[in-house]
Write a protein that binds this ligand. Structure first.
Ligand code: FAD
Length: 192
C-alpha cells in the first residue's frame, strides 16, 4: 500500500513526489511511508527549450530539466517511479486502487492527478473534468477533486502553462498532504 500514488510524472507530479519524500527526514509521521509516480512519458516539458524558468540556465531543454528533477526524486528510496499508463482509479480515502492499462494494480491511501491539460481518459468517479480555465488554446481540460484524499496538481489543476507554476502546484499539493499527516501547517526548509 502506497501512502500516495501520483499519476503523471511531469514537472507537477515529480515536484509533488520530491516534496513528499523529503518530508521523511523532517516529520515522524512521514517515516516509513512509500510513494509512487506513474507516468506515460508525454510531458509537455519534453517539447520545450527553457529560457525563462526561474533559476534554470537559459537554453536548458525541458528534457534535461525533467531528468534533473527525476534524479532528485530517485535519491529517495521511498519513491517508486513507474513507467505506465493509468486506465482506472476507484476506491476511497485510505484505500484507492490504481489500475494500469497493462493490468498492473497499485493501492494507495491518497491519489494525486498531475496528468496535464490535453485530455483525460482515466475511468474514474473521483474527479470532475471541466474546461481548462487558463489555456491559451481551446479544448484543454482541468480536473476538480470529488472525494476526500484526492488531489490535482499542475495544468490538471487549472494552472497556467508555465514550468514554475506547475512545480509550485505540485509542491503545494504535497504540503497539503504533509499537513494532513502532521495535523498542522508544514514547510520543508533547511538552514545553512
Ligand atoms: C513546446 C512547449 C514549450 C514550452 N516552453 C516553456 C517555457 O519556455 N517555459 C515554461 O515555463 N513553460 C514552457 N512550457 C510549458 C510546460 O512544459 C508545462 O507548463 C509543464 O510541462 C506542465 O507540467 P504538468 O506536470 O502540469 O503537465 P505535463 O508536463 O503535461 O505532465 C503530465 C504528465 O502526465 C502524464 N500522464 C497523463 N495521463 C496519464 C495517465 N493516464 N497515466 C500515466 N501518466 C499520465 C503524461 O505522460 C505527462 O508526463 C512549454 C510547453 C510546450 C508544449
Amino acid at each position: 500500500m502506497y501512502a500516495t500514488v501520483i499519476i503523471g510524472g511531469g514537472p507537477a507530479g515529480l515536484s509533488c513526489a520530491l516534496t513528499l519524500a523529503d518530508g521523511e527526514k523532517r516529520f515522524e509521521a512521514v517515516r516509513g511511508k512509500r510513494f509512487a509516480v506513474v507516468d506515460s512519458g508525454s510531458s509537455d516539458a519534453l517539447k520545450a527549450v527553457l529560457n525563462n524558468v526561474p533559476g534554470i540556465k537559459k537554453g536548458t531543454t525541458g528534457e534535461e530539466f525533467l531528468q534533473a528533477l527525476k534524479s532528485q526524486v530517485e535519491e529517495f528510496e521511498s519513491v517508486n517511479l513507474i513507467d505506465g499508463e493509468v486506465s482506472e482509479v476507484f476506491g476511497k480515502k485510505g484505500k484507492f486502487k490504481i489500475v494500469l492499462s497493462d493490468g498492473r494494480e497499485l493501492e494507495a491511501e491518497r491519489v494525486v492527478f498531475a496528468t496535464g491539460f490535453h485530455s483525460f481518459n482515466i475511468k474514474t468517479e473521483l474527479v470532475e473534468v471541466i474546461p481548462h480555465p487558463r489555456s491559451p488554446r481551446p479544448g484543454k481540460v482541468a480536473l476538480r477533486p470529488k472525494a476526500e484524499g484526492v488531489f490535482v496538481a499542475g495544468l490538471a489543476a487549472g494552472e497556467i502553462t508555465m514550468i514554475a507554476t506547475a512545480c509550485g502546484s505540485g509542491v503545494d499539493v504535497a504540503c497539503k498532504i504533509l499537513e494532513d499527516w502532521n495535523g498542522k501547517v508544514v514547510v520543508g526548509h533547511d538552514k545553512i
